[in-house]
Ligand binder design. Structure first.
Ligand code: NDP
Length: 447
């Protein structure tokens, strides 16, 4: 971490004081603040209007009880969250996460990141995030449905096409979004397609939304490679996770001529030197909702549960599982084994020590708010299709996604150059994302 200028330091101290114990939120704020020094020097008006203090304070935070009945007839209680962080650029937008680790600090870190990510897409969407400490793993479809219905019973009061548009995240995929949308429709008696994104294709979803985050991350890396006169051809790639983002990142790497040799879930990782068998991985993870050990068994490769996937040598590393999954030690190991590019498919998967190690080693490092923005950008395309009651082809939607990722890469690279740090995608993404939101907030007065 760099030393902050005194004004930013005092704002940061206040963020720590007002949000005690929310470690992931502190980390996300600090990462942005580390880039803002030169911005506030050039634009003192942001400090004069307290834009930075306001950006760190969510516009609204909702926490609620989610009671539901499990298959044995027992009442279960979970906690639901929706943090509506910033609506300067458009309706609040960001996913819902269902995972036992969810608490306010996680939701706020994700919501904060989302403000700048959504800004970088250039689309009219504000930042939000939500979720619950509910664990869908091992639950029957009926239990998941009852939980989603109870969640929506409260959530529906706070969302809407022009207000707040949730989507999926960890633990929330097509099944959960279907139950959530069905219950919203029933409660409101409206077929308001634009209230949620990530819907099924036959009921208002967008083609390529499911693939968009993973594809987008790979498109971003492709731009990085192109800008260095290189391509994916023959590249050895490691992808962590085996969920929505990871699966479609693997698919696009293979399409572009690279080979993904390792992937993981929370029980361990597999190395498959012939390249991950994507059809099998989809069957295990998407159809059977099973553990990676079933992939390992079917392919006759070991599942390593007491090591780090980041010890597997590669040219390109794509962390696509969860926050803080790539430590400083992992980064050092990747560097030692020759990694050249790291792009975050997940949100904040690299620890601050890891980012520093990559920077010092000259590794090209693409932060999540730029590299994984293709998911939310395609959600915004879904909203466009819903508003015009249209449905685009996969070819058209994927071409739009690729164009958006090119623009994001360009804007990060150009901003980094403008601020005298060519190739620093972290600085470029933070400043470009921040500036668009800050200017909109300035224009709208003190709200
Ligand atoms: P999924 O639930 O589909 O997949 C998550 C994957 O990460 C699973 O393989 C899971 O393993 C693994 N994982 C989750 N938590 C942990 C943990 N604590 N330790 C180790 N492994 C873990 O989620 P997504 O693919 O949708 O999301 C992955 C990341 O991408 C998250 O950071 C999310 O915020 C981010 N993201 C997602 C977007 C989207 O469109 N879905 C958009 C932008 C960012 P297991 O099954 O064993 O739990």
């Amino acid at each position: 971490m760099s030393t902050l200028n005194p004004q930013l330091q005092s704002i940061f101290d206040e963020v720590l004081r007002r949000n005690a114990g929310e470690l992931e939120f502190h980390q996300a704020v600090r990462e942005v603040f580390d880039s803002l020094g030169p911005v506030v020097e050039k634009h003192p008006e942001y400090l004069e209007a307290s834009i930075i203090q306001r950006i760190c304070e969510p516009e609204r935070q909702i926490i609620f009880r989610v009671p539901w009945v499990d298959d044995s007839g027992t009442v279960q209680i979970n906690r639901g969250f929706r943090v509506q962080f910033n609506s300067a650029l458009g309706p609040y937008k960001g996913g819902l996460r269902f995972h036992p680790s969810v608490y306010l600090g996680i939701v706020k870190f994700l919501g904060f990141e989302q403000i700048f990510k959504n800004s970088l897409t250039g689309m009219p969407i504000g930042g939000a995030k939500g979720g619950s400490d509910f664990d869908p793993k091992g639950r029957s479809d009926a239990e998941v449905m009852r939980f989603c219905q109870s969640m929506m019973t409260e959530l529906h009061r706070h969302i809407g096409e022009y207000t707040d548009v949730p989507a999926g995240d960890i633990g929330v995929g097509g099944r959960e979004l279907g139950y959530l949308f069905g219950h919203y429709k029933r409660l409101t008696n409206k077929y308001e397609s634009g209230v949620l994104t990530g819907k099924g294709i036959t009921w208002g979803g967008s083609r390529v939304r499911k693939e968009a985050t993973g594809y987008g991350t790979v498109f971003f890396v492709d731009e990085v490679l192109r800008s260095h006169g290189d391509s994916f051809d023959g590249k050895r790639v490691v992808v962590s996770g085996s969920g929505n983002v990871a699966i479609y990142a693997i698919e696009k790497v293979h399409d572009l001529g690279g080979t993904v040799v390792a992937c993981s879930d929370s029980s361990g990782f597999v190395v498959d030197e012939d390249g991950i068998d994507l059809a099998l991985l989809k069957e295990v993870k998407e159809d059977r909702r099973a553990r990676l050990s079933e992939y390992a068994e079917a392919r006759d490769v070991p599942l390593t549960s007491n090591g780090s996937i980041w010890d597997v040598p590669c040219d390109v590393a794509l962390p696509c599982a969860t926050e803080n999954e790539l430590s400083e030690q992992d980064a050092v190991s990747l560097v030692k084994n020759g990694v050249r590019i790291v792009a975050e498919g997940a949100n904040m998967p690299t620890t601050p020590g890891g980012i520093k190690a990559f920077k010092e080693a000259g590794v090209l490092f693409a932060p999540g708010k730029a590299a994984n923005a293709g998911g939310v950008a395609t959600s915004a395309l879904e909203m466009q299709q819903n508003a015009s009651r249209d449905s685009w082809t996969a070819e058209h939607t994927e071409a739009r996604l690729a164009e958006i990722m090119r623009d994001i890469h360009h804007s990060c690279a150009e901003t980094a150059e403008e601020y005298g740090a060519p190739g620093d995608y972290v600085l470029g993404a933070n400043i470009a994302g921040f500036t668009r939101v800050a200017d909109a907030m300035l224009a709208m007065g003190v709200i």
